[in-house]
Write a protein that binds this ligand. Sequence first.
Ligand code: ZN
Ligand code: ZN
Length: 356
Amino acid sequence: MARRRRPRLSSALALTALMSAATLATDVPEHHAEQGFRNPSSDSVHGGIASFFRVIRLRFFSDAWQTYDPERDQVPLAAPSLASGPSSNAAITWVGHATVLVQHQGINVLTDPMFSERASPVPIIGPRRVTSPAIAIEHLPPIHVVVISHNHYDHLDGASIKALGNGPIYFVPLGLQEWLRSRGIASNRVVEMDWWDGRDHTTGDRKLRITATPSQHFSGRGFADRNATLWASWSVAWDDFRIWFGGDTGYNDQQFKEIGKRLGTIDLAMIPIGAYEPRSFMRPVHVNPEEAVRIHEDLGATASMAIHWGTFSLSAEGVVTPMHALAEARREAGIGESDFAAFAVGETRRYATRPH
Ligand code: ZN
Ligand code: ZN
């Protein structure tokens, strides 16, 4: 008798313990904070009032901040050569900043569409473009899929989203659906995703697999919404070609290794290389070219391209400095130009797909 009762009691206890452990362990992912979101792998906090004032001092009262000089800072420009129909290669065009047009199998994917003159809540102040978008928004081919990395003004632009309208399906990190809805985007055109959520998306007879992946960054468009919505990087996979879009990120030695391991082959990674000085302020949230090369290696990407430079002057380094620093970082790492390419603004390059 006693032998029977004891197991029943202990299994009930064990079940209770298991259930509460499950509630604690599985319900709240590490990057979910009590309010909003946080970086699981970053121990340093970006900003703080002291470092904010250091940056203001540097920006306005020192010579260390390289403001844009059109004579000195000549960003290479090229004319796009878009895909004219399905082909065996994927056509990748850098529109500028983090905006990239990916064309493959007749499906057109656009990342972080930013076509406005300023990355700012108000039209007359804030960072202004130093290079125009390589394709005017009204001249884009039909866009089927848009991925958004986070809600900073240089990545999520109200006028650009309004112009794209309800044509594309928007894949966004958690918390951004309402913002798009308030800009006239129907809720059935927006898919909100947490890190590692994946979704199949069919356009015609072609299927894409879209997966939200981690990044180390932050979010906010005003004073009261810091980290209220999530930030993410994205994998967009055709059956024979996969891109990974880094958005905006700092470096850590966990997330990108995990992404490379879990996704498998990444044919082309889009990795930010700009807005990294002063390092004391920017390091947690923006990689420099050397760290960008480390991300390329951590991912095990077949090839990478540089984004997030040559378009807005957002930080202390010169507008074309990241391109030169990337060349240096490639030399140090012993990789070639095509392994981690700095496209000209507007340049289209074609990438081989995998046989299957
Ligand atoms: Zn950002
Ligand atoms: Zn940015």
